[in-house]
Design a protein around this ligand. Structure first.
Ligand code: FDA
Length: 367
């Protein structure tokens, strides 16, 4: 039986970087992935020439020069800039909140006018805001809250804003300039050939075992390598011995439409409470596609249950404490190391996961 330096559990971005760095040093890797394709959540599916972001829209953006050099040495990026649009009962507004939003909402032109309206609407809350609604209104006033924050947030959390803690929203960025670019980072884009090509290049030279759940063949697979880098959920690795970590999940509904251009923008947020989904993604616009058809995906927030994809960790006090218990256990492991968003129970953007994996390969694997 072939023996490897590393058994990489999970074929996402984190292990992709580990695979590439290991390969550069002549180390051998076997990737074990339970899905039927590599890529983790950045994996795309080709539908009629349109790359569909199967596990949620992924826009690469970073302020880290090292990470930008790293990804652009592997893939050419296009000039996509994320400029989402909010749809409130058919009224459309630019996001993030900026002069285009305010101009449309109040028919004004100048920043001073927008500031005056927002200030006049910020209701003075006695003492500290006691819930999310009070917090949001104290930051941006009633109109922005009612039309662009309330319904979206209530759908996301499945609860009334009055029943949500103020701490969920610490600040709400407001721009008094005409600028619809959602991200502040200097670098942004989508790989021209898609994320799958980037993943292919990261894992180039590795042996790959797809549709295999590592935990079901743990002993056999562990014996095949010197070290195991595990990027699945840490609680599942330990058989949920302290209990289950909580996640927020999403349900995606993909649809191929017989029209060339459905919504005119890649990301449309539905900010009213009545529309059951929170976002609609039209994938071709990430790549300036000119295909005759189009694919749209509706995103529905969903409570996470066993068997569902764990998308966002719920990093509240209770779950962080639970995670710490698992982390304590993991520190005792000699052969198994944990990484990535599921192994570390942490929300990581793509650039941050690359940064973390590069640090891991240097500091922990000494590559
Ligand atoms: P990832 O989850 O990608 O990979 C882990 C892999 O391990 C999976 O393929 C899984 O199947 C596999 N696995 C788990 N258990 C296993 C087992 N027992 N045996 C075998 N395989 C197993 N970031 C950004 O920069 N811009 C963006 O726009 C977005 N958008 C976005 C949308 C949504 C909905 C989410 C949830 C996340 C984003 N992200 C993002 C974040 C981005 O997805 C994230 O940074 C990376 O995918 C994380 O890569 P990992 O390798 O850590 O995990």
């Amino acid at each position: 039986m072939k023996h490897y330096d590393y058994i990489l559990v999970g074929g996402g971005l984190f292990n992709g970087v580990v695979a590439r760095e290991a390969g550069k040093q002549g180390k051998t890797c076997l990737v074990v992935e339970k899905r039927d394709a590599l890529g983790g959540n950045i994996m795309c599916r080709d539908v009629e020439g349109i790359l569909v972001h199967e596990y949620g829209a992924h826009i690469f953006h970073t302020g880290n020069e090292e990470v930008w050099q790293y990804v652009t040495s592997l893939a050419e990026f296009n000039h996509y800039i994320n400029c989402p649009v909010a749809n409130y009962h058919g009224e459309t507004y630019n996001l993030p909140f900026n002069m285009n939003t305010f101009s449309k909402m109040w028919g004004i032109t100048f920043p001073a006018e927008a500031k005056e309206i927002i200030e006049s609407q910020k209701q003075k809350v006695e003492g500290e805001p006691s819930n999310l609604e009070e917090q949001a209104v104290s930051l941006v006033g009633t109109d922005i809250y009612e039309k662009l924050i309330k319904g979206y947030t209530e759908k996301q959390w499945g609860r009334d804003c009055k029943d949500l803690p103020a701490s969920i929203i610490k600040r709400i960025p407001v721009r008094y300039i005409y600028d619809n670019n959602y991200f502040n980072d200097p670098h942004q884009g989508i790989p021209k050939e898609g994320y799958n090509k980037l993943i292919e290049r990261l894992y180039d030279g590795c042996d790959v075992m797809l549709s295999t759940d590592y935990l079901e063949k743990r002993e056999e697979l562990e014996a095949m390598g010197d070290k195991v880098i595990y990027t699945g959920t840490i609680d599942s690795y330990y058989g949920y011995c302290f209990g289950k970590l909580a996640y927020r999940s999403l349900r995606f509904e993909h649809e191929l439409l017989e029209e060339e251009n459905h919504q005119g923008v890649a990301v449309m947020n539905y900010t009213d409470r009545e529309t059951p989904y929170t976002r609609k993604i039209e994938h071709k616009h990430f790549a300036f596609g000119k295909q005759e058809k189009t694919v749209v995906t509706k995103e529905y927030p969903a409570e996470w249950e066993d068997g569902m994809e764990p998308y966002y960790p719920v990093n509240d006090e209770k779950n962080n404490r639970l995670f710490e218990k698992y982390r304590e256990l993991s520190r005792k492991e000699e052969k198994v190391l944990f990484g990535g968003r599921l192994g570390e129970y942490k929300y990581y953007d793509m650039d941050k996961v690359i940064e973390s994996a590069l640090r891991f390969t240097k500091d922990t694997l000494n590559l």
